[in-house]
Design a protein. Sequence first.
Length: 164
Amino acid sequence: MTSMIAMLVVVVLLPQVVMAREDYCLDPNTKQIDQKATDAYRLLDSQSNQAIMDKLSGTWLSTTTSPATNQVSYLYESFTRLGIYDYTNYVCTLQNTFCSRYDGTGLYAVRANGTNKFFGVKIVSDAIGRDHACLGLQGKFVNKNTIVSGKTRLKRYSKARMVR
């Protein structure tokens, strides 16, 4: 019985231990730990604003059209209340006759930056060559279903409406 309880404790705690080791940034050129970026992420993570993370929680869609390349990108970004991030990006012809799919996952941390504004960092790994890449994250909540980030508008969506 005691060994079974010990095994249960290990199984329950193991994902948290593994996750804790993933909060670092790699330099994209050297593939070595970028200590400055890692320290900045960890500081931001320790100061994360739970109210902003709650508002950000869910899946958001941004669409970018490029007539020059005859392509459109449908980027679905998902954020959890606990700081987990993942994305799926469909890059399609403008006619949606062919699409390529790209997926990535990681962590994020955000804090308030004025009224309805936030900034933070995402740590992203994916199949297109990013390994623990630290990327900026900022935006302004226009309402509960819309975020503006630079020239990009993100809309909250339900999986039932997913394009591909």
